[in-house]
Ligand binder design. Structure first.
Ligand code: WTA
Length: 653
């Protein structure tokens, strides 16, 4: 819930448009349709079958789900497996070593292809190199890398030796990196000198140096990939080049099988308080559901498809649908390092044409950006290889959905809008392309084996047409197992709002057909270009600046990025006398440095007072009205009701 009061949920109009499943998918459709019935009849037997069919276990599991101590789940108890073996070696052993795993395209246009045999060899070398640096099973490794093959290799090498990776998005600041290193007590950091951004070198290593400057962290070594060739500072004894460590390591490595519940990774995500949460995922259940969803939601045919997910490995989509899902399924995929408009706005479509991409998975913010650039840009390329289009990260408005289908998919490719979260680990609600008649703007139906529901304030199921809160009623294989080091917060955050149910933090409604529509977050989490940011995190950064007395942050609707960060700030003492425009800019830069460029407010408005209730709570709802250019709502509970007039007038200036 938002801190002052719950946010009203919008009711969307009924969507009449519907697109029947494409007959081209008929081959799998019958089999897929039966999955719903199978899972309905016996959910655990269904997941057990998927786990056995999709993965190779060294020791079979004996207990599909242990839910004796909810909400702490244990899936596939007694089972042992190795994640990297499942993603790599077994494909080579099955005779598919020559299949391309990764077509890499750098922003400057350099390319590399890795077959499954080559990728397996690289991961074995990295596993040996990390082990030689003292990394053992159960340790944590921080990964601060751009979208280059070494990122995938690093993650799988960690998994291979039973160490958990903690990937930190390359756009995060040195401070954000350090707090994540400290929380996870990482022993090793893997980074690069830098990457390429819009044709220019963009550094990474300096942020690692700054994060570790005091010499007080748990980090013992830093392995550095040479990517953009820019000069970097060097700490002797701590830093080592990738080429000198991984490059010279032995390519012989036998993967050891670990318990199904062995931690696979920690990924930090924003919550309703200032401190990011370390979401913990484990091995057997996570791999089962990422492989299952990747295969069925995208109708994957590993022998012939060329799959491309545009997400960065810094986010969960990059974990589940660049690294684990596709590789466990033996798919061929494209990885692109750079921005979509470098060197020109047709770069993505040029890549689709060049590699013959058949399945594209991207975010609404990218789709809306491309819409703005115009139909003629994709129109210049041959996109006829495409057959399935996916969307993830935020609600997709029906117009963007229709554009995606019409302009990119030539009115021929099904669009699958997939709802899930860092916490759920894998897709939860989505159409199946061969089975579901798709509907623009709706994520539609829970996947087989998933029990999603829409409930009211009291946790009672709502009927069709009523808006409420999205919950999950039963545990699922790829669910988060904990918040790293903070089980109380895990219970409190996800399992206490509606007892016995997982509360996702999203508003939702079912339409008259029973299809689920996601209505956005109902808590203080914003979604900017598909990136989760918390209002509290940005507020605490702002009040950390000596000039700021108080701050309130809201997410305002934005045509392209979904939401934009808008901050309202009261200055402290003499700072209030300084030039407001200059001060706003200083504070924007401060947040950028503190958290990362993605968190920089679009606007920082200096205000004399914030709207507060008599009990002192900030009414963000009113600030959101101002930020979205609406008439300010009911302000009668404010201690001083004139405050909003002033803020609205200043905002409009
Ligand atoms: C939102 C990204 C509507 C939602 C995989 C969720 C969506 C948050 C969709 C998780 C979708 C994600 N339709 N909203 N298809 N997919 N969301 O953890 O608010 O970065 O709670 O995971 O994104 O964001 P996260």
């Amino acid at each position: 819930m938002s801190s002052d009061e719950s946010t009203p949920l919008d009711n969307l109009s009924h969507e009449e448009r519907s697109f029947a499943p494409d007959p081209a998918f008929a081959r799998d459709a019958v089999a897929q349709a039966t999955l719903y019935a199978e899972a309905d009849q016996d959910r655990l037997a269904f997941w057990a079958r998927q786990a056995r069919e999709l993965l190779t276990w060294e020791t079979d599991f004996t207990d599909t789900l242990d839910w004796s101590n909810p909400p702490f789940a244990r899936w596939f108890g007694g089972g042992k497996l190795n994640a990297a073996y499942n993603a790599l070696d077994r494909h080579v052993e099955a005779g598919n070593g020559d299949r391309v795993a990764i077509h890499f395209e750098g922003e400057p246009g350099d390319t590399r292809a890795y077959t499954y045999a080559q990728l397996t060899e690289e991961v074995k070398k990295a596993a040996n190199a990390f082990a030689a640096l003292g990394v053992t099973a159960g340790d944590r490794v921080a990964v601060y890398l751009p979208m280059i093959p070494e990122a995938v290799i690093t993650m799988l090498a960690c998994a291979r030796i039973g160490a958990a990776h903690s990937v930190v998005f390359g756009g995060f600041s040195a401070d954000a990196l350090r707090s994540r290193i400290d929380d996870a007590e990482a022993k090793l950091v893997v980074t690069a000198d830098g990457t390429w951004r819009r044709g220019k070198p963009s550094p990474l290593k300096p942020a690692v140096d700054a994060a570790l400057a005091d010499g007080q962290s748990t980090v013992e070594n830093v392995v550095v990939v040479q990517r953009n060739g820019e000069p970097v500072e060097w700490t002797e004894g701590r830093d080592a080049w990738w080429s000198d460590t991984v490059g010279t390591a032995s390519a012989e490595h036998t993967a050891e099988a670990f318990d199904a519940e062995q931690p696979l990774y920690i990924l930090y995500t924003s919550g309703t308080t200032g401190k990011p949460k370390g979401i913990l995922h484990t091995t057997g259940g996570y791999l089962t559901q990422t492989a299952f969803t990747h295969r069925n939601v995208f109708d994957l045919r590993p022998e012939t498809d060329v799959y491309w997910c545009t997400a960065d490995i810094g986010w969960v989509t990059g974990h589940s649908y660049v690294v684990y899902g596709p590789l466990v399924n033996g798919a061929t995929q494209v990885i692109y390092e750079g921005t979509p408009d470098t060197p020109h706005q047709g770069r993505w479509w040029e890549l689709v044409q060049k590699y013959g991409v058949t399945i594209l998975y991207t975010a609404p913010t990218a789709i809306r950006t491309m819409m703005k650039w115009g139909d003629d840009i994709p129109g210049q390329y041959d996109l006829s290889s495409l057959r399935v289009l996916g969307s993830v990260g935020e609600p997709i408005n029906p117009e963007a959905w229709m554009w995606y289908r019409r302009v990119i998919g030539a009115d021929r490719c099904p669009v699958v809008d997939t709802w899930w979260q860092t916490e759920t680990g894998a897709i939860m609600i989505s159409p199946l392309p061969g089975v579901t008649a798709t509907k623009p703007g709706s994520a539609q139906v829970p996947l087989p084996g998933i029990t999603a529901d829409v409930v009211d304030d009291t946790g009672a199921s709502l009927g069709d047409g009523e808006a409420g809160y999205l919950v999950l009623r039963e545990p699922w294989p790829s669910m988060l197992r904990n918040i790293w080091g903070d089980p109380d917060r895990f219970v409190q955050t996800y399992w206490s709002r509606f007892p016995g149910m997982y509360f996702a933090g999203d508003g939702a409604k079912k339409d008259d057909d029973g299809d689920v529509w996601l209505l956005g977050r109902v808590d203080d989490v914003m979604n900017v270009s598909g990136h989760r940011l918390s209002t509290a995190e940005i507020e605490s950064s702002l009040v950390g600046h000596p000039a700021v007395a108080e701050a309130a942050v809201v997410g305002a609707a934005d045509e392209t990025t979904g939401q934009a960060v808008i901050a309202f700030v009261i200055l402290r003492g003499s700072a209030a006398e300084e030039d407001h425009d200059a001060m706003s800019e200083t504070l924007r830069q401060h947040v950028g440095k503190d958290i990362g460029a993605i968190a920089k407010p679009r606007k920082v408005l200096i205000v004399p007072e914030l709207p507060k209730t008599r009990s002192g709570k900030i009414m963000r709802r009113l600030l959101k009205d101002v930020a979205e250019g609406r008439e300010v709502g009911d302000a009668t509970t404010l201690a001083d009701s004139t405050v909003m007039n002033q803020i609205a007038a200043d905002f409009a200036k």
